[in-house]
Design a binder for this molecule. Structure first.
Ligand SMILES: Nc1ncnc2c1ncn2[C@@H]1O[C@H](COP(=O)(O)OP(=O)(O)O)[C@@H](O)[C@H]1O
Ligand SMILES: [Mg+2]
Length: 297
């Protein structure tokens, strides 16, 4: 990845209005047809996403970018995300771009590094881990209350602030009410795909849209906490196995016993993870219940 790769000029032109001049830009990620930059000016900072028109292995990323913008507008109207999160969106020579408010945080895998070692049980880490789980559940509860599912809950789509609060990003694949045209949702990152979604992916053809429901987000939350705390993904399969084989293993809903892989014993946190990974969606706690439970602890 070349950190100096410039963002679409059309987008930077619009974003100067928000961040002021001079503008400094830095490429943050470039994967599966989607790129993201940090755009910084004297008056503000935003994250800019644009499709990569040269990546023909990607799904229809330009359409996905426009879809995410539509999701942000609807989620803002529904009160599920804060009004200032969506900054601007538009088209450029190679497709579509979308800018959102900068979240000053680090991805969950990196944030959990101090908690992952066998000798890392320190009193201060316990409330910190529970606080991340609680704030993550609170963010999801807002989406769920509006009838939406995020549908791509995974460690790189949540940033942890210095204060230990979770911020959920990347609403490209969210599933909401209404029957608008939607790029067919066929699951997102395999490792955090809920068993009921895995099951439907395997039994339907690729053009069928699967509407993810809130319990699938809860499974994704449990899988992310499991993965980032223990260093192991929750379901056993070979790294190089075909996606179908992985989905098949996930659809059987057997996860590694947490007792075998946890870095240290922490029953309160383990109980949250186990509850989220309940095989049957109806047995999982709601995001609201989880947030309330964690507020009381
Ligand atoms: N609002 C934001 N604040 C800070 N960084 C962000 C923000 N949105 C995205 N990023 C960074 O850009 C990366 C890619 O953005 P994301 O929305 O997840 O798109 P995709 O997964 O499609 O590439 C994220 O993993 C994160 O590092
Ligand atoms: Mg993402």
């Amino acid at each position: 990845m070349d950190p100096t790769l410039p963002p679409p000029g059309e987008a930077v032109g619009f974003l100067k209005v928000h961040v002021g001049e001079p503008v400094a830009t830095r490429l943050l990620s470039d994967r599966r047809g989607s790129r993201a930059w940090k755009i910084e000016g004297p008056r503000g900072v935003v994250a800019l996403k644009a499709n990569n028109p040269d990546d023909d292995t990607a799904r229809d990323k330009a359409a996905e970018m426009a879809q995410e913008d539509g999701h942000l507008v609807r989620l803002t109207d529904a009160g599920a995300i804060s009004p200032g999160y969506r900054v601007d969106a538009g088209t450029w020579e190679g497709g579509n771009w979308l800018a959102v408010r900068w979240v000053d945080g680090i991805p969950v895998w990196r944030a959990f590094a101090p908690a992952r070692g066998p000798k890392s049980d320190r009193p201060s880490l316990r409330p910190w881990l529970l606080g991340i789980a609680r704030t993550w559940a609170e963010r999801l509860a807002l989406l769920h209350a509006a009838g939406w599912a995020h549908a791509d809950v995974q460690p790189t789509n949540t940033l942890i602030t210095k204060a230990g609060a979770a911020a959920v990003i990347d609403y490209a694949l969210a599933c909401g009410p209404g029957d608008r045209p939607h790029l067919p949702y066929r699951g997102a990152l395999t490792h955090t795909t809920a068993p009921e979604i895995a099951d439907v992916i395997l039994s339907t053809s690729a053009d069928i849209h699967i509407r993810a429901e809130p319990p699938a987000d809860i499974w994704g939350l449990g899988a992310s906490l499991f993965w980032c705390w223990t260093g192991h993904r929750p379901v056993s399969y070979e790294d190089g196995a075909p996606r179908e084989d992985k989905l098949n293993a996930i659809s059987k809903a057997a996860t590694f016993p947490l007792d075998d892989v946890r870095p240290w014993a922490f029953s309160e946190f383990e109980n949250v993870i186990r509850a989220c990974l309940a095989p049957a969606p109806e047995d999982r706690p709601s995001a609201n219940d989880l947030a309330a439970l964690l507020s009381a602890s």
